[in-house]
Structures are given as C-alpha cells and as structure tokens.
Design a binder for this molecule. Structure first.
Ligand code: NAD
Ligand code: WQD
Length: 345
C-alpha cells in the first residue's frame, strides 16, 4: 500500500530525480513538477526505468501561481512537498541577482501558500551549507548551531531568505511543518547510471569537471589554489553521495508525516562528517577508476571558502540516517554516468 503522495518540485533536476527514485522505493507515490529550465524530459525515462513504473509529472513553472496551482487541483492527495526547484549557479546569481530573487523566492512563496491551504502541510526545503560561509576554525565541523554568515552571493542569500520566510510561516500558520536540509557538496550518480548530473556548458563544480576531463571533453582540470591553510594547500569540502542525500529526504518526510518531529521547524546538516581536499578527491577518482586526470595548479577562485565540512550528528541521530557510501564507489558512479552520456565503453 502507498504511504501517500509527495510533491517533488524540480523533480527532473539532479537531486530531485534521485529523490524520486528513493521515495518510490520507500513506498511513496510522487507527483513531480519542473519547467525544464535546467533539466530535460528524458530524465523521466531514466527514473521510470529504475523504478519500473510511470512517474506522475506536470510541466509547470513554480513562479506561476496559476499554473502551479493546477497541480494541486489535479492531485488532491498531496501529503508533503519537497522543494528542489530553484536556480543554483552562484556566478550567474552575481551577474543577474533578479533572476535568483524572482525564481527562488517566488517559487517558495507560491509553494508555501499552496501547501498551507492543504490539510497536511509538510515541506522539505533544499538549503545549503553556503549559509555558513567560512566558519571559524572552532566551529569546524560545522553544526546547525554555528552562526550564519552574510551570504557571499545572491544565490546564497536566497537560501537564507527562504529559510527565514519558512520560519516566519511556521510561526504564523499552525498546520505547517518545515524541514530545512542544508546540503554540503552532493556528487555522483545513481548506481544504474540511468540518471545523474547534467551540467549545461562548462561545469563550475569539481566532480563534473573531473569526469569531463577524464572523458577527454576538457583538456585538464584547474585546481583552484594550493596555498590555503590546509594540510595539502587545496580547499576542503564534505562530498556527499547524491543517493545518500536523496535517502535523507525520505527520512525527513517519514519523520514529519509520522509526527516524530520535535519542532514544527527543523534544520539538519547533510554531509558525511569528513572533509576532503580537492587534491585528495582527484587522487581518489584516479584510484577508483584507473583513469588519469591531468591537472594544473591554478590561482584561487574568487569567493571560495577555504574549508568546510559537516557535523551531521543531528541528522544521524534524529533522522536515523547516515551518508556511508565509500568515496571510491561514489566517484565510480560519477564516472559510469559520464561514460554512458559520452558513449564511452
Ligand atoms: P538542478 O538545477 O539540477 O535541479 C533544479 C530543478 O528545478 C531543475 O530541473 C530546474 O529545471 C527546476 N526549476 C528551476 N526553477 C523552476 C521553476 N521556477 N519551476 C519549476 N521548476 C524549476 O539542481 P540540483 O542540484 O538538483 O539542486 C536542487 C536544489 O538543491 C536547489 O534548490 C539547489 O539550490 C539546492 N542545492 C543544491 C546543491 C548542489 O550542489 N547541487 C547544494 C545545496 C543545495
Ligand atoms: C569544490 C572545490 C573549488 C572546480 C558550490 C556552491 C555552493 C553549493 C555547492 C549549492 C572548491 C574546487 C572546483 C574546478 C577546482 N551549491 N574546484 N577546480 O564551491 O564548494 O560549492 O556548490 O548550494 O553554494 O558554491 O563546490 O564543486 O564548485 O567546488 O579546484 O574546476 O573544488 O575551488 O574548493 P563549492 P564546487
């Protein structure tokens, strides 16, 4: 028997598609919504192949209250929403902040208004470790109680603003429950290699750049800085496997629908708890795949954080969830996905 229907906005995107797979495998029905601004309809076929059934899907722009509202007219049994739909390119947000304020804030406001009109109104919100900026050394690994820093980009500011909006709404509307999940660095692809990350143009993120270099699409990787105050001089992040991350969403939904949340507004860090440097990651990729990744040490990238990794103990304890896929398996999944989309045997 189904555990109920979950609305997934941004459902054909990178994290959304992996989450639909985990929700389906956990016994939920889904209705996915996307406007394909950063994904394409083929992703649905990949998801359907993995789960062995059709995905209910409606093409709609979450900023368009009327079009988005039609989803709720058609599906009157939505028990919770997971809100992935947003624009996420940090650099683009600096060049075009209004795109980010319009899309990320308007989508969230519309979703919250539509959800609060339901009997059950549980929302999982995709937030980011970017809200912590560069934590002081005494705050590493970073826990949920670490102070938030002024955002480095309009993108980051939209995440902070969305968290504030949701906190205010939970205070005002008694039927609303929210779980904000602060992701660290999601990487990898589903083990089937049927879905994965599809960056448009030159990847800004490290792992897609590595896999494209390994595939010969890029000549070499630039490692942005080896003169940071870290053991090998390169930046440190907490790389979390996307399927582990997807499972945390199922745990968050289970918790709210099972009334096990201790507050109507909760925040969790989602990471592995282990920091890894850029150079360590590149070497782990080469070890896991046996494929060489030519790289050069380049200058620092403007706005980069030196080091940040999660204290995920609250999520481990309260959600009964842990990101435990070995990094070699994660990097191999990213490579298998790259090979499939590049037609490499
Ligand atoms: P993604 O771009 O792959 O997925 C987002 C999806 O939302 C895309 O399919 C896009 O077409 C869709 N979308 C955007 N605006 C929309 C709108 N107005 N209406 C309907 N659909 C819309 O990104 P992702 O990596 O899967 O990220 C999902 C969420 O997680 C985002 O909110 C992002 O900010 C957040 N997040 C991502 C990361 C990361 O590194 N990938 C880290 C922290 C937080
Ligand atoms: C990781 C490390 C780079 C590319 C971004 C967003 C953040 C969050 C996650 C959404 C850094 C280095 C990268 C390259 C490199 N997203 N690097 N060469 O910067 O931690 O975070 O994605 O919320 O908001 O800012 O991720 O993958 O870009 O970089 O050396 O070609 O890899 O300097 O140290 P980042 P990333």
């Amino acid at each position: 028997m189904s555990k109920g229907r979950i609305l997934v906005t941004g459902g054909t995107g990178y994290i959304g598609s992996h989450t639909i797979v985990e929700l389906s495998e956990a016994g939920y029905d889904v209705v996915a919504v996307d406007n394909f601004s950063n994904s394409n309809p083929d992703v649905l076929q990949g998801i359907e192949k993995i789960i062995g059934r059709k995905v209910d899907f409606m093409e709609a722009d979450c900023t368009d209250e009327h079009a988005f509202g039609k989803v709720f007219c058609k599906y009157s049994d939505i028990r919770a929403a997971i809100h992935f739909a947003a624009s996420k390119a940090v650099g683009e947000s600096v060049e075009n902040p209004l795109k980010y304020y319009n899309n990320n804030l308007r989508s969230l406001v519309n979703l919250t208004a539509l959800m609060k009109a339901q009997k059950e109104a549980s929302i999982v919100f995709s937030s980011s470790c970017t809200v912590y900026g560069q934590p002081d050394k005494e705050h590493l690994p970073v826990s949920e109680s670490a102070p938030l820093q002024p955002a480095e980009s309009p993108y980051g500011r939209t995440k902070q603003m969305c968290e504030d909006i949701l906190r205010d709404c939970v205070k005002a509307y008694g039927n609303l429950k929210v779980t904000a999940l602060r992701y660290f660095n999601p990487i990898g692809a589903h083990k089937s290699a049927l879905i994965g990350e599809l960056p448009i143009g030159v990847p800004a993120n490290l792992v897609p750049y590595i896999t494209q270099t390994a595939a010969g699409i890029r000549e070499k990787l630039s490692v942005f800085g080896d003169d940071y105050d870290t053991p090998d001089g390169s930046c440190i992040r907490d790389y979390i496997y996307v399927s582990d991350l997807a499972k945390a969403h199922v745990a968050a939904v289970d918790r709210m629908l099972g009334n096990r949340n201790s507050d109507r507004y909760e925040v969790f860090n989602l990471g592995t708890g282990k920091g890894m440097s850029v150079l360590e990651l590149v070497n782990a990729f080469m070890r896991a795949t046996g494929v060489n990744v030519p790289y050069v040490i380049a200058g620092r990238r403007a706005g980069d954080i030196e080091q940040v990794w999660a204290d995920p103990s609250k999520a481990n304890r309260e959600l009964g969830w842990k990101a435990d896929t070995p990094i070699e398996d994660v990097l191999l999944s990213a490579w298998n996905w790259q090979k499939r989309i590049s037609g490499i045997k």
